[in-house]
Ligand binder design. Sequence first.
Ligand SMILES: C[S@@+](CC[C@H](N)C(=O)[O-])C[C@H]1O[C@@H](n2cnc3c(N)ncnc32)[C@H](O)[C@@H]1O
Length: 225
Amino acid sequence: LKTRVLVTELLDILPADDPRARHSRRDLVRINWVMRQQALMAHALRRLPPPAVLTDLGSGDGRFMLGVARKLARHWPATRVVLADRKDIVSTRTRAGFAALGWTCESRLGDVFDTLQQLQGGIVTANLFLHHFDDAALARLLALIAAHSDGFVACEPRRSALALAAAAMVFALGANGVTRHDAVASVRAGFTGTDLSALWPRENWRLAEQAAFPFSHVFMAARDV
Ligand SMILES: C[S@@+](CC[C@H](N)C(=O)[O-])C[C@H]1O[C@@H](n2cnc3c(N)ncnc32)[C@H](O)[C@@H]1O
């Protein structure tokens, strides 16, 4: 696991309404729970000042961010969330979930590189998303985030033997073939050490990057004021 290895993830190429894709998105909810991704994200975000807008890149069906919003709503009232994904898969139930918290939620359909060009400040998040990109694309993505936002938190798979062993066990959660493939692929494409800090543009930002128990890698960037 010395270097990142990228292969195409099956969920990315299946049509959004394919039953295997639906099953895999359900698996992802469980995997996020086992990995404590929502708790890790909420914990990192609380270290930043409440933003006017929170933009989640590769937000999928939005259920991940709704769980984070539920943990944060007490501290961050009436936040505007932008769910950025190239697939249109946010249900009315998920939208109602944000509304019930007093948050507003909008979808921004399309490639995240285009979405970021139009972004004007706020905090950006990414969950199980950055590992889809090779280092060259990631450097471009991170440069755009640094240019257009005030803070960034990413929760990604840790590229470790322990995480790889766990990814090989997702069948125990009832995961289908798509998820079993993508879980292992995600860990191989995941991060360790200062992988992401090394790709972040050298400007006035405070960076933090570390392993997070049990299987994750968290990167945080806050603009120095
Ligand atoms: C593994 S899923 C993660 C979903 C969500 N963050 C979660 O934790 O449940 C990755 C998502 O990224 C989206 N995606 C991948 N590349 C993208 C791109 N270039 N622009 C917009 N969305 C993209 C896919 O459509 C998919 O919904």
